[in-house]
Design a binder for this molecule. Structure first.
Ligand code: URA
Ligand code: SF4
Length: 225
């Protein structure tokens, strides 16, 4: 099959139970072997939040802290994201937080100990997408927010530039987009992209980047009025 170099396509599909029960999905995801990323990581980091959340926020993949804790967005980027959500008028405890890829991907530089984040590649993103699709089908949010380009790509299924799309509400998925990530389950939902909170932490002008994130999240909040 296309994309498979070892004769086997990466795919979480066989591990995803046919259910809208988030607890059941999370327990099944703990045993996923849909791509090689489970092997070096500590554990699966599934999404978290109310099953009836009106907003789902999608990041890239768990980081070092999330990998150890087994929960999404509990590290520095998560702290920044929660502050930004509150400032934008969205209660962090009322949103569902998840990632495009559910295992931490990293390298350990020679002689070093720290685990350095590595971006997931297209095969891993594609392999993991059935979990995201199942989460969206279970939560049925009114709004899906992509945090960064990886999430945008996973959700819309094609190349994605945050700068071109950020802060603008549109149908999920865009009618002219190639994507199908969970789309069938969400005919009435809307979509919005913004920067990833880790990008805010790395930005040369962190304050300006943070204000941009909050401004985009205010647009997200306005979609729920
Ligand atoms: N960055 C992400 O994209 N997701 C997390 O859960 C934490 C940091
Ligand atoms: Fe499964 Fe996704 Fe983990 Fe790969 S990254 S093993 S597809 S949960």
């Amino acid at each position: 099959k296309a994309g498979a170099q070892d004769g086997q396509a990466y795919d979480a599909g066989p591990w995803v139970p046919r259910t809208d029960d988030l607890g059941e999905l999370g327990r099944a995801a703990a045993g996923c072997r849909g791509c090689p990323l489970y092997a070096a990581a500590t554990q699966t980091v599934f999404g978290e939040g109310p099953g009836r959340a009106r907003v789902v926020l999608v990041g890239e993949q768990p980081g070092d802290r999330e990998d150890r804790a087994g929960e999404p967005f509990v590290g520095p980027a998560g702290g920044l994201l929660r502050r930004a959500l509150e400032e934008a008028g969205l209660d962090p405890s009322q949103v569902y937080l998840t990632n495009a890829v559910k295992h931490f991907k990293f390298t350990v530089p020679e002689g070093g100990k720290r685990r350095i984040h590595k971006a997931p590649d297209l095969r891993e993103m594609t392999a993991c997408r059935p979990w995201l699709t199942a989460e969206l089908a279970a939560v049925r949010p009114r709004l899906v927010v992509a945090l960064g380009a990886t999430a945008g790509r996973a959700l819309l299924g094609g190349p994605f530039r945050v700068g071109e799309h950020r802060g603008v509400l549109r149908p999920f998925p865009s009618p002219d987009g190639p994507g199908s990530g969970g789309a069938a389950a969400l005919p009435d939902a809307r979509f919005l992209a913004t920067v990833h909170p880790s990008a805010v932490l790395r930005a040369p002008d962190r304050d300006a980047a943070y204000r941009g994130l909050v401004a985009d999240l205010r647009v997200a909040a306005s979609a729920l009025q």
